[in-house]
Write a protein that binds this ligand. Structure first.
Ligand SMILES: Cc1cc2nc3c(=O)[nH]c(=O)nc-3n(C[C@H](O)[C@H](O)[C@H](O)COP(=O)(O)OP(=O)(O)OC[C@H]3O[C@@H](n4cnc5c(N)ncnc54)[C@H](O)[C@@H]3O)c2cc1C
Length: 508
């Protein structure tokens, strides 16, 4: 069949009308760009992905004017998590949302219904054209000065008719099994396990209106209500997936998974195994790549994936669209033909998005590693420690759940808080008073320990004492100071404590 000549001119072509594609179409169409959104199948998807939207994702959805899309789909408000381990349950509520000043709330729903609403919203947006076509290739420029530039796409319709479309910018968001990811990066998702999912009917979970994580061997199980009668279960199966067609997968669910479930859940789980089709999806990890190809941007699961344990994919996706809408606004980029300007903005995008995606990505992978401890002794110690930590409640859970739900967008909290053991104030800085007290306490505790093992000025040379002071005690005083400011009384308190330590080291 001979190719048909270009039939339309657009500012922007978007490949894939999923989570990112629809929201990007709405965002750029509303900014006055002429958008062509291409989707290979516009019927309502039936998938086991993207069913719990974190509060940070809801906030981003609101910023995009798409908050209505979670309404009217039998969705269930979600107020946090319940983590079950052995016979204990820990309640991890979402913290107060600093934007709304109310208790944060997420939403869980049937993915397909949400996508249908997003597609309707995209189609209803001025300047957006939606077409059911499969994109088969990207068209590269033949011009000598920019031979690699993407200038359009080739598509096939249902009758195998080939159509080409041209635009100065193409956003590829063709999802986890992306065909076009390779046009940007050689990285491929690292898959260590699969989620096997099905629906359980009329199940009352231990904490209604909460996502549930069951910590069991060999790895965790997720459960959350996605409709009045429907509860989604996702069982993580590490390694090679047993065959569904010969019944091995069902047997695995009965023999390996069901015995470890809470008594209140097991009967409905076993019943659903007899009636429901078991479906699976790979759980991968794909670190983000810098978008540096002229005329093309890759977003969503095509560009960056984390384990779905913490339900963060859609939250990252919607926040990406919010950020990109601003960076590529008509004020910043008057025309999408300004390729170099776009590349500069994409470099900014790469670094700015770390604010919200790093913590979500790192927590998803780290928690999965611990929760899938199986029989690994060291990991089991960490798992027990992690659960006991959650049981302490309060700020111990507010921080982690604030980060994974996309409410706190300060990735350094993840690292500094653990390192310095100091609380952060709402403005994102940590409390200098608390830091000083913490450091003084650590240094004096070190001195006590040194004394208890008979490290004293009478047994050690002055040189050794100086080294002890410089390498062990002084460091503890100064930990974290480079990133804060102190008042004179605070510095005075520090000096006094320092003097105490020095006197004890030198015996003065
Ligand atoms: C098992 C599992 C559970 C998950 N649960 C959650 C959760 O509870 N909460 C959460 O936030 N995240 C969850 N995620 C992650 C989330 O689903 C993804 O991050 C999100 O869907 C990514 O959106 P996307 O737009 O990149 O891809 P998608 O939403 O998958 O959209 C891609 C679209 O591109 C279309 N397409 C593909 N190829 C072509 C082509 N050649 N031409 C035209 N169209 C094409 C597809 O048909 C599809 O509509 C989960 C992931 C998995 C694997």
């Amino acid at each position: 069949m001979s190719p048909v000549e270009p039939i339309a001119e657009f500012d922007l072509i978007i490949v894939g009308a999923g989570i990112i594609g629809c929201s990007a179409a709405k965002a750029f169409g509303s900014s006055g760009r002429k958008v062509l959104l291409l989707e290979r199948d516009l019927s309502e998807p039936d998938r086991i992905v993207g069913e719990l939207l974190q509060p940070g994702g809801i906030n981003a959805l609101k910023e995009l004017g798409l908050e209505d899309c979670v309404e009217g789909i039998d969705g269930i408000p979600c107020y946090g998590y319940g983590v079950l381990y052995n016979n204990d349950v820990v309640h991890i509520p979402y913290p107060i949302d600093e934007i709304t000043k109310k208790k944060a709330v997420g939403k869980s729903f049937h993915h397909g219904r949400f996508i249908s609403n997003l597609r309707k919203a995209a189609s209803a947006t001025e300047n957006v054209t939606v077409k059911e076509l499969t994109v088969t290739s990207l068209i590269r420029s033949k011009e000598e000065e920019a031979p690699e530039k993407v200038v359009g796409v080739t598509t096939l319709d249902k009758s195998n008719q080939e159509l080409k479309f041209y635009a100065p910018l193409t956003i590829v968001c063709d999802g986890i099994f992306s065909k076009f990811r390779k046009e940007l990066t050689v990285k491929t998702p690292d898959v260590r396990s699969n989620f096997v999912g099905f629906i359980m009917k009329d199940l009352e979970l231990p904490l209604p209106n909460h996502g549930h994580v069951i910590l069991t061997k060999p790895s965790p199980i997720l459960m959350y209500q996605i409709g009045k009668r429907d509860t989604r279960v996702l069982v993580d199966v590490p390694g090679k997936l047993p065959s569904a067609s010969n019944g091995d997968l069902k047997q695995y669910m009965k023999d390996t998974v069901a015995p470890n479930l809470p008594d209140s859940v097991r009967p409905k789980f076993l019943k659903a195994l007899e009636t429901e089709r078991l479906r699976s999806m790979p759980n991968g990890f794909l670190p983000p790549s810098l978008n540096d190809v002229e005329g093309m941007i890759v977003l969503g699961d095509a560009m960056n994936i984390r384990h779905p344990l913490t339900g963060g994919g859609m939250t990252v996706a919607f926040n990406d669209v919010v950020l990109l809408k601003e960076l590529l606004s008509p004020e910043n980029i008057p025309s999408f033909a300004e390729t170099n300007l776009i590349l500069e903005q994409m470099s900014t995008f790469h670094w700015k998005r770390k604010k919200y995606c790093t913590a979500i990505n790192v927590l998803a992978m780290a928690l999965y590693r611990i929760f899938a401890a199986d029989n690994n002794h060291d990991l089991l110690v960490l798992l027990r420690g992690c659960f006991a930590y959650f049981q302490l409640g309060g700020e111990r859970v507010d921080g982690p759940v604030g980060l994974l739900s996309g409410l706190i967008q300060q990735p350094m909290i993840l690292f500094i808080k653990k390192l310095l053991r100091v609380r952060f104030k709402p403005d994102g800085y940590f409390d200098p008073e608390e830091l000083i007290q913490c450091n003084i306490h650590k240094a004096l505790a070190t001195m006590n320990m040194l004394s208890s093992i008979d490290v004293n000025p009478y047994d050690f040379s002055k040189l050794l004492s100086t080294r002890f002071s410089a390498h062990i005690v002084l460091l503890q005083f100064e930990y974290g100071f480079a990133i804060n400011r102190f008042t004179s009384p605070q510095l005075h308190a520090l000096e006094e404590a320092q003097d105490t330590c020095i006197r004890r080291i030198y015996g003065a």
